[in-house]
Design a protein around this ligand. Structure first.
Ligand code: CMC
Length: 422
C-alpha cells in the first residue's frame, strides 16, 4: 500500500498527495494547497517540529533509547558522563575519549568567585534554589566573551563543557547559600556525581561519599539526561532558533522545566505524599483525584501510555538507596497509591501509570535533598540533553527561527475611544 496521504481542499477541489515517512508527512503539503491554511494544534499534539537523531521514545511500548542504546542498558552499565558524551557526540566514547572528556569536565567545575560573592549572595535568604539556578545559569554566560560565538564549533564545545561541568557547582552553591553553609569547592578526585554530593553535603574535612549513593545519583542523572521534545527541550530549541547563546537558552529551558507539570512534579509528589500522611487516607485521596479535585502527581505522561521505563529503574534504585539510608517513611504511602491506582478503572482507562517522578522524589529525600532542590536535580543532567539539541538544531539546514502561526479570535478592527467617552 502506498505510504502517501492525499489532502483535498473541499473549498476549491484542489488536492495534494505527499509521502508519509515514518508516520510523518510534511506540512508543505498544506502550504501547497493554500499558503494561508493553518493547522490548529495546541500543545503540538500532532506536530513534529523537528527531526532528531538523539532520543527515541515509543510511548505505547515503553521504550526509551539514547542514540539507539536502551535506557535500561545505559542505567545498568554506563555512567552519566559517558551518557552525556553519547548524547552530544552520537556514539559511545572510546576509553581515551572518555578519559579526556572526564578530565575536561572535572577541570571545568569551578566558577568565578564573583558568581558567588556578587551574584548568589545577592539573593534573599529564602530564595527557591530553582529560581537561583535559572538565573545563575543565565549569568554564567556573561563571564565568557565567546559565549555568543555559537557557529564556531570549538567555541560552542567550550560552552558545552563549561555548562555540563559547572551546573552541579551552581546547584550546590544555591543549596549551601539557602542553608547558610559555606561553599564547598569541587573535588577533582571524585566522580561527577560523587563530587556533586560532596559539594552539597560536605561537613568538616571528610570528602568521602558512599559509593552506593553516588551510583544512585549517577543513575538518576542518566535517566534524566534527555527525553526528546518535552517542554524544556522545546524551549531550548525555540530559544536556540533565534541564535541566542547556550547559557541563555539553558536558563530558558530550566524555567520551562520548573513548572509542576514538568520537572516540578517530583517536588509535587513528595508534598502530595506528605499531605496524604498515612495509609488509611489513600482511598479518600484517590477518590478526590477521580472527582477532579487534583491530580495524582507522578502519574500520567503525554507520551508513555503503557509504562515509563525510567520509573521501573528508579523504583529498583530506591531500594538500593534505602538499604544505605533507611527506608523513606513515605514509601509505603507511595506503594499503596500505586497499587490502588493501577487497579482503578479511572487510571486504567486513561492509561495513567507512574512516571519518572513518582519514586525519584523519595530517593532524593532519602539522600538528604530538601524538596526545593528536586527540580534542580532534574536540570543538572538535562543540561547535557539540552545542549545536544542545541547543537543539533544549529546544524539542521531545515530549521529557521521558531515562529508558529496563530488562530486569531480577537475583535475585528474598532476605533479608539477617548477615555472620557468610555
Ligand atoms: N491524575 C489524575 N488524572 C490525570 C492525571 C493525573 N496525574 N494525568 C492525566 N489525568 C487525566 C486528565 O484529567 C484527563 O482526564 P479526562 O480525559 O477525564 O479529562 C486525562 O487523564 C488525560 O489527561 P491530559 O491532561 O489530557 O494528559 P496530558 O498528556 O496533557 O498530560 C501530564 C500529561 C504529565 C501533564 C499529566 O498526566 C499530569 O498532569 N500528570 C501529573 C504531573 C506529573 O506527574 N508530571 C510529570 C510528567 S513526567 C516528567 C516529565 O517528563 O516532565
Amino acid at each position: 500500500m502506498a505510504e502517501t496521504i492525499t489532502i483535498i481542499d473541499d473549498r476549491t477541489g484542489k488536492k495534494v498527495t505527499v509521502p508519509i515517512t515514518d508516520g510523518v508527512f510534511p506540512s508543505s503539503a498544506l502550504r501547497e494547497l493554500d499558503p494561508d491554511l493553518r493547522v490548529y494544534d495546541p500543545a503540538y499534539l500532532s506536530t513534529a517540529a523537528c527531526s532528531s537523531a538523539i532520543t527515541y521514545l515509543d510511548g505505547d511500548a515503553g521504550i526509551l533509547r539514547y542514540r539507539g542504546y536502551p535506557i535500561e542498558q545505559l542505567a545498568e552499565k554506563s555512567t552519566f558522563l559517558e551518557v552525556a558524551y553519547l548524547l552530544l557526540n552520537g556514539n559511545l566514547p572510546t576509553a581515551d575519549e572518555l578519559a579526556k572528556w572526564t578530565y575536561d569536565v572535572t577541570h571545568h567545575t569551578m566558577i568565578h568567585e564573583n558568581m558567588r560573592k556578587r551574584f548568589v549572595d545577592g539573593f534573599h535568604y529564602d530564595a527557591h534554589p530553582m529560581g537561583m539556578f535559572i538565573s545563575s545559569v543565565a549569568a554564567l554566560g556573561t563571564f565568557y566573551d565567546d559565549a555568543k560565538d555559537i557557529f564556531n564549533k570549538p567555541a560552542l564545545d567550550r560552552q558545552t563543557l563549561r555548562l555540563i561541568a559547572k551546573v552541579p557547582t551552581l546547584a550546590a552553591m544555591a543549596y549551601r547559600f539557602s542553608k547558610g553553609l559555606s561553599f564547598v569547592q569541587p573535588e577533582n578526585s571524585l566522580s561527577y556525581s560523587a563530587n556533586f554530593l560532596n559539594m552539597m553535603f560536605k561537613i568538616g574535612n571528610d570528602d568521602t561519599v558512599d559509593p552506593v549513593l553516588a551510583r544512585a545519583m549517577d543513575i538518576l542523572f542518566i535517566l534524566h539526561a534527555d527525553h526528546e521534545q518535552n517542554c524544556g527541550t522545546t524551549a531550548m530549541r525555540v530559544i536556540a532558533s533565534s541564535n541566542a547563546d547556550p547559557y541563555s537558552a539553558a536558563a530558558g529551558a530550566s524555567a520551562a522545566l520548573y513548572g509542576p507539570l514538568h520537572g516540578g512534579a517530583n517536588e509535587a509528589v513528595v508534598r502530595m505524599l506528605e499531605e496524604i500522611g498515612s495509609l488509611e487516607n489513600v482511598p479518600a485521596f484517590i477518590q478526590s483525584v477521580k472527582e477532579g479535585k487534583g491530580r495524582l502527581m507522578g502519574f500520567g505522561h503525554r507520551v508513555y501510555k503503557n509504562y515509563d521505563p525510567r520509573a521501573t529503574i528508579i523504583k529498583k534504585t530506591a531500594y538500593d538507596v534505602f538499604a544505605v539510608t533507611g527506608k523513606n517513611p513515605l514509601l509505603d504511602i507511595a506503594l499503596k497509591l500505586e497499587e490502588t491506582a493501577l487497579k482503578d478503572d479511572y487510571f486504567v482507562q486513561r492509561k495513567l501509570y507512574p512516571n519518572v517522578d513518582f519514586y525519584s522524589g523519595l530517593i532524593y529525600q532519602a539522600l538528604g535533598f530538601p524538596v526545593d532542590m528536586f527540580t534542580v536535580l532534574f536540570a543538572i543532567p538535562r543540561t547535557a540533553g539540552w545542549l545536544a539539541h542545541f547543537a543539533e538544531l544549529l546544524g539542521d539546514k531545515e530549521q529557521k527561527i521558531s515562529r508558529p502561526r496563530q488562530w486569531y479570535k480577537g475583535p475585528d478592527e474598532r476605533d479608539y475611544v477617548p477615555i472620557a467617552a468610555r
